[in-house]
Design a protein around this ligand. Structure first.
Ligand SMILES: Cc1cc2nc3c(=O)[nH]c(=O)nc-3n(C[C@H](O)[C@H](O)[C@H](O)COP(=O)(O)OP(=O)(O)OC[C@H]3O[C@@H](n4cnc5c(N)ncnc54)[C@H](O)[C@@H]3O)c2cc1C
Length: 250
């Protein structure tokens, strides 16, 4: 039975791979405690995007955007030799293990037809789409939610952006200002914010200026699925000046 005389509130800001990995390890550590030592635990995961995929791994993006790692490698839970030394995972599968589970029709897991079709063509060495990796992350978060519910842990997703984080004038912990929501308080806060918008570097700034002067277009580094590539008319030559920016010589 949970020790209801103690309670602990955790706020995880950012629900991409790192955020849900923190949730997974927190739950694993919690479940490893003797039941009578478990405090009442409340975990709020705050992100304007779906928990698991977050911003980068959205399941609705074009399947032309691929991961740069083959199926065999990525995982959001401990896998391989490391896993044996750590508290057991309540969700449990690496991407490749999940891929094989999904291929097993006897497992009876519902999946959109486009995901099934893509997964059927993948091998451990092939590169999955970001969308299907997002589906794995979404599935993992759903398993974590089931495990939390079964253990009496309050795990919820707040679909919003955290605007500020302050120490309350009295007491301990943190107060979170959340866009369009009541403030949240927490004993511990995890920042799992991923890549934040950044100012252009000097080189990128020069490229943008040159593009402006010559009536060309320069798109700065961004998450590709956020970018409207239709600004480049068909047939134009495009080149990538660095890994993530795009330059059009119209
Ligand atoms: C386009 C792109 C492709 C990539 N491809 C690969 C790849 O193929 N292989 C690989 O290993 N790595 C890749 N990466 C690296 C990638 O950063 C990591 O794989 C992983 O997504 C990092 O996880 P994260 O949770 O730290 O950050 P993210 O996935 O960026 O998640 C951070 C989350 O925090 C949320 N957030 C930020 N600020 C706030 C706030 N104030 N309030 C609430 N929520 C907030 C965001 O909405 C976002 O969902 C890629 C990165 C990008 C940008």
């Amino acid at each position: 039975m949970t020790n209801t005389t103690q309670s602990f509130k955790v706020a995880v800001i950012g629900a991409g791979p790192r955020g849900i990995s923190v949730v997974e390890r927190t739950l694993a550590g919690y479940l490893a405690l003797p039941e009578q030592d478990r405090p009442a635990l409340d975990i709020a995961v705050i992100d304007p995007f779906n928990p698991g995929p977050g911003h980068v791994w959205r399941t609705g993006q074009s399947r032309l955007f691929l991961m740069n790692t083959p199926c065999l490698f990525p995982t959001v839970v401990p896998a391989g030799a490391t896993a044996a030394e750590l508290p057991a995972s309540p969700s449990g599968l690496s991407f490749d293990q999940w891929r094989m589970l999904m291929a097993d029709t006897a497992a009876g897991v519902e999946l959109p037809a486009a995901d099934r079709e893509e997964l059927a063509g993948l091998t451990p060495g092939s590169f999955p789409s970001r969308a299907v990796y997002g589906r794995y992350l979404e599935w993992t978060f759903a398993r974590l939610a089931d495990a939390a519910l079964a253990a009496g842990v309050a795990l919820r997703h707040v679909r919003s952006e955290v605007l500020s984080l302050t120490r309350p004038e009295t007491g301990s912990g943190w107060s979170l200002e959340v866009a369009g929501e009541d403030p949240l308080d927490a004993d511990a806060v995890v920042l799992a914010l991923g890549h934040l918008p950044a100012a252009l570097s000097a080189d990128q700034d020069r490229l943008r200026d040159a593009a402006d002067r010559h009536d060309l277009r320069y798109l700065p580094p961004a998450v590709p699925s956020d970018v409207d590539f239709s600004v480049f008319p068909a047939g134009n030559r495009c080149s990538s000046a660095d890994s993530d920016s795009t330059f059009s010589t119209s």
